[in-house]
Each structure stands twice: as structure tokens, then as C-alpha cells.
Design a protein around this ligand. Structure first.
Ligand code: ADP
Ligand code: MG
Length: 520
């Protein structure tokens, strides 16, 4: 029977506390979820969202606090006991076995075993009923990420949940998959199932949620009616300060000068894990931001490696800087030619965590000046220079430090990224290549990083932006292309392409962009 939304409480959690060692991840959190309500949990990275829902699903045990389901206090000691209480969860990182089939994966997760034949018909029934199309006999390794998520949802639905928890379900989906998911969630909610939905995407929350609880540094700081709020208000509450809008120049003219070019670049993958880059063609002009969209794991890491010089190409003509072949040049040589790459991985790749900021600056400067006769005096000079330089970088880029010249690992994710960007841009590159520059960074830092990319293109530098965040790609790029399975789509002007087109390319639904209406 359908109940009126919000009329009855399903989950009531009171004063939930959870620490890891000295670190307190959840502090006195209260949250109420009504029957049939979609309740979003919003917060920056590290705010404590996953910790809280893992407590509800019995993966973590709270230090203190009480949980009531249907007005009755319960103790959720394990996922099994969560499921007995009607709670199902789809994890942020899926938990399926790739070598098993869909049905086998569902079977091993069921608390009550049923006959395989009945299982198959049950999966098919749910799959039809909820439009969660998957083949029960297919191996999980053959499924797209979106399909894997459907399997996880079906697995939850088999238990007939009263509360479905989803931890950042859309970060791995294409726009089409997101809109399908939202349809399902709305239908589930109207059939009386409550949904606890974690995200840090504001627009999604406004679209899907009834209520939104904002976590900050482990505390619940507000619960807001999602239908009566704005993304701006949510962002500012989440971050705790005003967010300034990006300044974009509308009347932008492009230089016709090609900066960097990839020509029929092939890089077979030498391990069993990576992706092979296949016949990649790409061109970025001075004054332009080229956005490369795509779901993680489609060759972004490999592309970044050949762009930076971490791996060199078999044929040096596959990469050209101002028409000059550079495919055989290494990272240091490319940096000297004016190419800076800012990788996704901030620790180890971009910085050494237990060295100071000035030592980390020194490492890049050392390679810049290493052609010297007197190594010792240059070392000393560079060390001194790097101290001065790093102080300037910290100041110019508004990097908040806990102390003077801290260790890299003492900076928060956003501040470390501001430092890494500042350090690269201090070299005044002609071409700057970024991979996921705002991943895991708070909105304030993300805005300042995005503004830096715009400023670079406005001062006639060439910028390549590899990002999974479609909003970011559309906001910043002049031209867009999509990487899927190691191939790159055609490059398209941003105003001639929609998020839906890009989504189809991301999902590998179109072989080339030439199939798109707009390109014809
Ligand atoms: P969110 O999901 O909001 O990004 P989490 O709940 O995953 O945040 O994490 C909150 C904080 O608790 C983070 O600073 C994280 O590093 C820390 N944390 C989470 N799990 C553990 C753990 N098992 N051990 C130690 N620290 C943890
Ligand atoms: Mg999380």
C-alpha cells in the first residue's frame, strides 16, 4: 500500500559517533529518514558520509549512538543483520566478482539460498519490472560499469528493502545511465522504499532528493528541504563560505597556431591491466582548452603517460610540438620545451609525501637546471632558490599551510593541488595538461583551480583537460572529445555538442563522432 511521503519515520539515528584512532569521522550525527523519502547526504570529501552509511549497513560499528527502524531500536552488527532489518546498499566501489556470472554473483550474496532456476526467473522478473536490463548468464567482467550497478541494485531488490543506500552512484555513469537511475530511484521511492543517497553533486541532489543533510568535518550541520533550495545555497553551506563565480571571457578568438598534436598515435598495452591507445589524433591550439571526457579506466592514465613523456612513443613523429617531433623526449626534456603535465595522482606522482614543500619544489627545479658543471654549488643554489620559490608559490596560490614549509602530506587535498598547479604554472608553460585537476577538492579550491585553467587559455596558452566531471568539461572547454576503450572521438566545438552526445560516446555507443547529427 502506498503511504504518503514523509508521514512516517523509517530510520531515526541519534548521536552517532565514530572514531578511527584519534580521528573523529562522525560526531553526534542525528538523521531522520521518512518512508518513501529520498534523503541525500551531501558533503565534501572526507566529511564522513561513507562512514555514516557503513554504520547503517553494519559494515562499521558506531562508538556510541542509537538507530531506530520503524520506531524500534535495533543493533546492526553486520550487513546480514542490516538486510534482516530491510536495509540494502550499493557501494561506491562495486563488490562483484568479475569471473562469475551475474546470477552467480547474486546467488552468493543471498541470505536465503534458492534454486538456480528460480533465481534466474526472479532476476529476469525484477530486471523487466524495473527496466534494469542485464543478462543473468553473462560474466560480470563483460559488463559495463553501468550494467554492474544494475546487478547490484537487482541484488538489493531481491531482498525487498525498506531502505536502499547508494554511495555516490553516479560518479561512474554516463548522463543517460544517470537519468535511467533517477527514474528507478523515483519509482522505488513512490512505492514506499526510502533511499539514502550520497553525492557531492549539487544539481543531482536538487533533482532527485526530498531532503538533504549536509555533513561537514564529521558533523551534521543542516537538514534542508531539497525542493526549496538552490545549488548555490547548498554549496555555500557545505563549504562554509561564499563561492565566487568563474570569470569567463565570452568574446574569445582562437589563435590558428597549433601547439600540440598527436598523429596516429598507437601505444599497445604491455601489461594485462592497462588500456592500449589506438590511433589517437588530437590537436590543441594556443588559446584553447581541449576537454577530454570519459569514464575512468578508458585510457586516460595511458594517454597522460605518453603526453608527459613518462612513456615515450615508438615513433617520435606521433607527438608534435609546433610541428617538431617530440615523441622520444622524456619528462624533463618536455618540461624544458614548455609542456607541463599535472597528473591525477597528487601523492607519489606529483609530490613526495614526506618531503617538505620546498624540497618538492627543488625536485622539479633540479631537473630544470641539472645541466651544470658544478653540481654542488648548483645544488645549494637551487635549494635556496627552491625555498624562496616555494614560498612564493604558496603565497600566490593561496595555499593554506599548517606551518612554514610543511611536509607535502600535511596539506589537505585541495591545498596540495593548489601547490602542484602553482609549481607547474610558475614554469610558464606553453602547453599545460591536466588530469582530473579538481578530483576530491572542495568547491572553493576547485573554483580557483578552474579559474587558473581559464586564465591560462586567455593568456594564449594551450590547455588539455582530462576529466570525468562532465560539468567541468562543459564549463571550461572550447573543444571537446571523448576517450573510450583507448580510442579518441573526433574533436567537437563545445557549443555544437550536448551532454547526451558526449554520454553516448562515453558509453561507447557511437563509434565515431561523425555519427552525430551535428558533425554531418
Ligand atoms: P566521505 O565519504 O564523506 O568522503 P569518509 O566517511 O569516507 O568520508 O571518511 C571520513 C574521514 O574518516 C576521512 O578523513 C577518512 O580518511 C577517515 N576514515 C574513513 N575510514 C577510515 C578508516 N577505516 N581508518 C581510518 N580513517 C578512516
Ligand atoms: Mg565516501
Amino acid at each position: 500500500m502506498e503511504k504518503e511521503k514523509g508521514s512516517e519515520l523509517l530510520l531515526k539515528a541519534t548521536k552517532i559517533n565514530k572514531s578511527f584512532g584519534d580521528f573523529s569521522a562522525n560526531k553526534d550525527i542525528d538523521i531522520d529518514v521518512a518512508k518513501g523519502e529520498i534523503h541525500a547526504l551531501l558533503g565534501e570529501n572526507g566529511a564522513g558520509k561513507s562512514t555514516l552509511v557503513k554504520i547503517f549497513y553494519g559494515v562499521l560499528k558506531p562508538d556510541t549512538g542509537s538507530i531506530e527502524i520503524n520506531n524500534k531500536e535495533v543493533s546492526i552488527s553486520s550487513p546480514n543483520s542490516a538486510r534482516k532489518n530491510g536495509i540494502g546498499m550499493v557501494f561506491q566501489h562495486f563488490s562483484l566478482f568479475p569471473a562469475l556470472t551475474v546470477a552467480e554473483n547474486i546467488l552468493i550474496a543471498l541470505d536465503e539460498k534458492i534454486k538456480f532456476k528460480d533465481l534466474i526467473s526472479e532476476i529476469s522478473k525484477l530486471s523487466k519490472e524495473w527496466e534494469l536490463f542485464v543478462d543473468p548468464l553473462k560474466r560480470v567482467s563483460e559488463l559495463s560499469v553501468g550494467e554492474q550497478q544494475r546487478v547490484e541494485i537487482i541484488r538489493c531488490l531481491m531482498q525487498n528493502p525498506k531502505l536502499l543506500i547508494m554511495d555516490e552512484p553516479t560518479s561512474v555513469l554516463t548522463p543517460q545511465e544517470i537519468s535511467n537511475l533517477f527514474k528507478i530511484l523515483k519509482r522505488l521511492a513512490s512505492s514506499g522504499c526510502s533511499i539514502l543517497y550520497i553525492s557531492h553533486k549539487l544539481e543531482e541532489i536538487i533533482e532527485i532528493a526530498d531532503q538533504v543533510t549536509i555533513l561537514k568535518s564529521g558533523k551534521s550541520i543542516a537538514t534542508i528541504d531539497a525542493k526549496k533550495t538552490t545549488t548555490k545555497f547548498l554549496a555555500e553551506t557545505m563549504v562554509g563560505k561564499e563561492i565566487t563565480a568563474l570569470k569567463k571571457v565570452n568574446t574569445k578568438t582562437f589563435s590558428k597556431d597549433i601547439a600540440l598534436e598527436l598523429k596516429n598515435l598507437n601505444k599497445p598495452n604491455e601489461t594485462n591491466f592497462g588500456i592500449s591507445l589506438k590511433n589517437i589524433n588530437l590537436q590543441v591550439n594556443y588559446g584553447e582548452i581541449l576537454g577530454i571526457a570519459g569514464i575512468a579506466g578508458n585510457g586516460q592514465v595511458e594517454l597522460m603517460e605518453v603526453l608527459s613523456g613518462e612513456t615515450i612513443t615508438d615513433n617520435e613523429n606521433e607527438i608534435l610540438l609546433e610541428s617538431i617531433p617530440i615523441g622520444s623526449k622524456d619528462i624533463t626534456e618536455r618540461r624544458q620545451l614548455g609542456i607541463e603535465t599535472i597528473p591525477e595522482e597528487r601523492t607519489l606522482h606529483a609530490t613526495v609525501p614526506n618531503l617538505t614543500i620546498s624540497e618538492n619544489t627543488f625536485l622539479t627545479y633540479f631537473s630544470k637546471y641539472n645541466k651544470t658543471d658544478n653540481i654542488i654549488s648548483n645544488l645549494l643554489n637551487n635549494h635556496q632558490n627552491s625555498l624562496i620559490e616555494s614560498e612564493r608559490i604558496l603565497k600566490d596560490n593561496d595555499v593554506r599551510c599548517p606551518e612554514v614549509n610543511p611536509l607535502a602530506n600535511q596539506l589537505s587535498g585541495g591545498n596540495l593541488q593548489k601547490f602542484i598547479l602553482g609549481r607547474s604554472l610558475a614554469n610558464n608553460p606553453k602547453v599545460a595538461i591536466f588530469s582530473q585537476p579538481t578530483w576530491g577538492v572542495d568547491i572553493g579550491a576547485a573554483t580557483s583551480i578552474r579559474q587558473k585553467l581559464l586564465n591560462l587559455s586567455q593568456s594564449e596558452k594551450a590547455v588539455i583537460l582530462i576529466s570525468q566531471d562532465l560539468e567541468e568539461i562543459f564549463e571550461l572547454s572550447d573543444q571537446i572529445c571523448v576517450i573510450n576503450g583507448g580510442t579518441l572521438s573526433k574533436i567537437m566545438p563545445v557549443d555544437k555538442v550536448t551532454a547526451a552526445d558526449v554520454g553516448l560516446l562515453m558509453g561507447g555507443k557511437l563509434d565515431t563522432a561523425s555519427e552525430l547529427e551535428i558533425i554531418k
